[in-house]
Each structure stands twice: as structure tokens, then as C-alpha cells.
Design a protein around this ligand. Structure first.
Ligand code: BEZ
Length: 211
């Protein structure tokens, strides 16, 4: 198995999910995708995580993002577990959960880390853009639930970087000052952005117009 790297095309696959069979690229369409794996259905941390993703449905939609989960459990397990997630999270899971009992997709995406317990998937995250390119990966151990506010934050950063051709500094969130990329001169930056400040020749920050 080759390790998937940033900029690689996210491999396509066809799989059964809790919402029916999907062809991944067709299902993604022109949206961004958050493909995330969890170790197992009917486990506590996973129940909290999948509920949080459902609670954030408006936030994903605002950003044209489709979430999709995966574990090596069966569709029948997913279907039975969803009512627990909904009940605990006071929410409704509407996004698909991939059923991957043969581990085909989990292995394709390197989601099984043999030194991290058994042969189920770890907590992997792939953020995939509308061109199907992998833009960000994260891997969390089984014991640690993810922070989906951080995943929304990095999607905001990636979408802002694409739209305004900028970079974003530490702890950036929507509306904060951006970093002027090294390829842009300070004169050009003053034409494109508001309130350009030069701390060092290599560290210029600015406000995106209209923010
Ligand atoms: C959990 O979701 O709680 C969990 C799953 C696998 C290993 C450890 C924790």
C-alpha cells in the first residue's frame, strides 16, 4: 500500500453505506468531502464523534462539504447503531457511514495501523477538495476523540487560501488577518489587500478586502 500524500487524487471506490451503495467520486460531485474513519460501531468515543458530525450539518452545508464516515463494521451494524448516535447526540445522522467489513477502503486509504491495537481503523481524516485532491490528513489514536471545530477551521483556511491566494497564520479563524505569500511583493499586496503590515520582509499580514 502506498501512503496517500497531500495533492494526491483521493482513490475512487464503490461501497455499501448506511445510505445505500455509493461510487465515491460520483457521490462527492463538486463538493468538498470530509472522509473520516472510526474504530468500531457501538463504542463510546465513536458514538460522541459521529453525533457531533451530525449536529454540525448546517456548518458542513455552508461550506459545501459532505461528510462521510467509515468503519470495518457491516451495514447492518451501522443501521442499528445510528439510533444510539441520534439518541445520545440529540441529532439525526443523515450522512453515509461506509460499511467496509472486507477492509478494502480502509486499506486503500491506510486507515489500519497495526501497531495501534487490533485490525480496525484508527481515527483518520481526509479533507478532499472538489477536484478530488487530498488537501489535509489527520490521524488520531483510538483513545482520543477528534475536535470537529478544528476540522471546520482548516476547511475555512483551505477555502480562503484557494479563493484569495493567501496563507493563514497560527490559530487563524475566519475574518482574522491573513499572511501575504512570499511570492507577492509588498507593493502588490497593498493593491490586493487592506491594512498590509510588514513585521519583517518575509512576514507580512493583511486583511482580505470586504472582511
Ligand atoms: C471508543 O470509541 O470509545 C473506542 C474505540 C476503540 C478503542 C478505544 C475507544
Amino acid at each position: 500500500m502506498m501512503t496517500l500524500m497531500l495533492g494526491d487524487v483521493a482513490p475512487d471506490f464503490t461501497s455499501e453505506t448506511s445510505a445505500g451503495e455509493i461510487s465515491f467520486h460520483d457521490w462527492a460531485g463538486d463538493n468538498w468531502v470530509v472522509l473520516f474513519s472510526h474504530p468500531a460501531d457501538f463504542t463510546p468515543v465513536c458514538t460522541t464523534e459521529l453525533g457531533r458530525v451530525a449536529q454540525l450539518s448546517d456548518e458542513w452545508a455552508k461550506r459545501d462539504v459532505k461528510p462521510i464516515a467509515l468503519s470495518v463494521d457491516s451495514k447492518e451494524d451501522h443501521d442499528n447503531w445510528i439510533s444510539d448516535i441520534n439518541s445520545y447526540g440529540n441529532t439525526t445522522v443523515e450522512y453515509p457511514i461506509i460499511a467496509d467489513p472486507n477492509k478494502t477502503v480502509a486499506e486503500l486509504y491506510g486507515m489500519i495501523h497495526p501497531n495501534e491495537g487490533d485490525t480496525s481503523s484508527v481515527r483518520s481524516v481526509f479533507i478532499i477538495d472538489p477536484a478530488k485532491k487530498i488537501r489535509l490528513t489527520m490521524t488520531y489514536p483510538k483513545s482520543t476523540g477528534r475536535n470537529f471545530d478544528e476540522i471546520l477551521r482548516v476547511i475555512d483556511a483551505l477555502q480562503t487560501a484557494d479563493r484569495a491566494e493567501v496563507a493563514t497564520p497560527v490559530d487563524w479563524k475566519s475574518g482574522d488577518r491573513i499572511v501575504v505569500p512570499p511570492t507577492v511583493t509588498t507593493d502588490e499586496a497593498r493593491e490586493r489587500f487592506d491594512d498590509v503590515q510588514e513585521s519583517f520582509p518575509y512576514l507580512r499580514t493583511a486583511q482580505i478586502r470586504g472582511n
